[in-house]
Ligand binder design. Structure first.
Ligand SMILES: Nc1ncnc2c1ncn2[C@@H]1O[C@H](COP(=O)(O)OP(=O)(O)OP(=O)(O)O)[C@@H](O)[C@H]1O
Length: 506
């Protein structure tokens, strides 16, 4: 233990007098204060000091500050500040010390000190004020921590909100796109309803038809492109509908495009859509059939009639599911299953250079050929029975008997118009029958003109047949008893075929 030196005893006595006079004032100061001699012995401390640090005046006074309370004040930082810094600078400001005292526990202190000199310039006294900021600092620490936690929470909440906003915006865009598609789909379906599909049932039990059924079952549930081949009126559309009906996409509509009935200048916009102003008359954005069929199935009927300049665009959408709307440079992505049909010989068209070979290969992945009626005579009785019942019911008639001779005649005819033609013949026969017995309206002519030339192409046969019917109807293309009615073709389909086959009245 070190005591006040003798040399300072005189000054010390003077100071004791001063402290006696000002003792009460010092004790009333709330901040702990301590007076040290210049050798750092405690001369006097106020009441606040003793209370704060649980010390007693008679144990403290005369003691070296670092030895106070069993050397509890032996704090290296305090030592450096009082012994070095204060001696050099005479002043010490806001020195922060954090220290655990044996008596009063952990404390955070702010120390300020000033070196007071005698008149002679000798250092006489050090006034040390010790502010106990433990509570305040702890609170600040807690608040800072809280602030950090809250800030982090806010940042992550903000990030979460932004993510949610992006997700919501995406969902909104998807909903908008779905809504647009639904509207387009509804508009399309409303048009389609007018076409009113008679029946979806494929009648027949011939081996050739059974093979077709087998192929339908094989491919229906996949997304493979299917090409349905066969003469006109053989039931290609029925096949396409059967594939669709057995597919995984059957809960979405089957979208149909007939490439023969759409004018060449409209077909691109009809298939791929256009944006406003894409061409004169494009007053609004229009969704093409490929967009409407996104996620669904598209039936491209009469694919052989698709203009060559559109074939590459079709190939790209079948291959990569990508295309651009007319007047728009943005690429649209779709997932469409394509079922195409034609009565044309596409291979021959490829040879002639009017059908792209790459498109032909892409379409021909899974061909299904519908046999002509003349090759499945076994189906004729079933078909006759079905159609006679159906037509008679519609007309309010009862026909119960089909004479063997009538059936024979029907079976021996060549049926160039296939089932559509059979349906028409039977319709006229039902009209013609007055009793329960079916009577054909007219003698079925043997189409000798084209049968005699066995090597003729399908196109030539078709051309001759249409010409013959046109002759027979005095070139009446549409309306009652017209060529279109006899051939069982749509007026526009017949006109398209006439243009295609270069049929003109001479
Ligand atoms: N096996 C069948 N059973 C019942 N009806 C059939 C059958 N095949 C075709 N039909 C009927 O014949 C008519 C013609 O069929 P569809 O339109 O499918 O022929 P298509 O081959 O697509 O003709 P096109 O090449 O002229 O477009 C339709 O009324 C259809 O319902």
């Amino acid at each position: 233990m070190t005591h006040i030196s003798k040399r300072n005893e005189g000054g010390s006595a003077r100071l004791q007098t001063v402290f006696k006079v000002f003792g009460n004032i010092l004790d009333s100061i709330r901040e702990p204060l301590i007076f040290l001699d210049h050798q750092l012995h405690v001369i006097k401390a106020n009441r606040s000091f003793y209370l704060t640090f649980d010390a007693k005046p008679d144990e403290a006074e005369g003691m070296l500050i670092f030895d106070l309370g069993n050397r509890q004040w032996n704090i290296p930082k305090l030592k450096r500040a009082l012994k070095e810094h204060l001696q050099q600078n005479s002043i010490l400001s806001d020195l922060r010390i954090e220290h655990t005292f044996k008596t009063v526990g952990r404390k955070i202190l702010f120390l300020n000190a000033r070196l007071i000199y005698q008149k002679t310039g000798q250092p006489e006294l050090i006034l040390l004020s010790i502010e106990d900021v433990t509570e305040r600092e702890d609170q600040r620490g807690t608040l800072e921590k809280l602030l950090t936690t809250r800030t982090a929470e806010l940042v992550s909440a903000k990030e979460e909100a932004e993510k949610r906003k992006v997700t919501a915006e995406k969902a909104l865009a998807e909903i908008k796109a779905l809504k647009a598609q639904l509207e387009a789909e509804t508009a399309y379906l409303q048009e389609e309803i007018k076409l009113e599909y008679d029946h979806e049932k494929i009648i027949g039990h011939s081996n050739s038809l059974k093979y077709v059924f087998h192929k339908i079952e094989q491919i229906a549930s996949s997304d493979t492109t299917v090409l349905v081949l066969g003469e006109t009126g053989t039931g290609k559309e029925l096949i396409a509908r059967a594939i669709y009906g057995l597919s995984l996409r059957k809960n979405r509509p089957l979208i149909k495009v007939n490439c023969a009935t759409l004018p060449a200048n409209l077909i691109e916009s009809e298939l791929f859509g256009h944006v406003k102003g894409a061409f004169t008359g494009a007053q609004a954005r229009h969704s093409g059939r490929f967009e409407i069929a996104n996620g669904a199935t598209l039936f491209l009927d009469e694919i052989g009639e698709l203009p060559v300049d559109l074939q590459a665009k079709l190939l790209r959408v079948i291959q990569d599911g990508e295309f651009e709307r007319l007047g728009d440079s943005r690429t649209v992505k779709v997932d469409v299953r394509v079922i195409a049909a034609t009565n044309r010989d596409l291979e021959e068209m490829v040879r002639k250079g009017v059908f792209r070979e790459d498109l032909w290969y892409r379409l021909n992945v899974f061909p299904i050929t519908m046999p002509p009626l003349r090759e499945r005579l076994d189906d004729i009785p079933l078909l006759v029975d079905f159609y006679v019942k159906k037509i008679a019911k519609r007309m309010g008639k009862t026909i119960t008997h089909i004479p063997a001779g009538v059936m024979e005649e029907l079976k021996s005819y060549r049926w160039p118009g296939n089932i559509r033609e059979l349906e028409n013949v039977l319709e006229r026969a039902v009209i013609n029958s007055s009793g329960p017995k079916l009577q054909l309206a007219d003698q079925l002519r043997k189409p000798t003109r084209f049968l005699s030339r066995g090597t003729e192409t399908l196109e030539a046969v078709e051309r001759n047949y249409i010409l013959r019917v046109l002759d027979q109807t005095n070139w009446k293309v549409s309306g009652k008893n017209s060529a279109a009615e006899i051939l069982g073709l749509d007026r526009s389909t017949l006109r398209a075929r006439m243009i295609k086959l270069n049929i003109r009245k001479s």
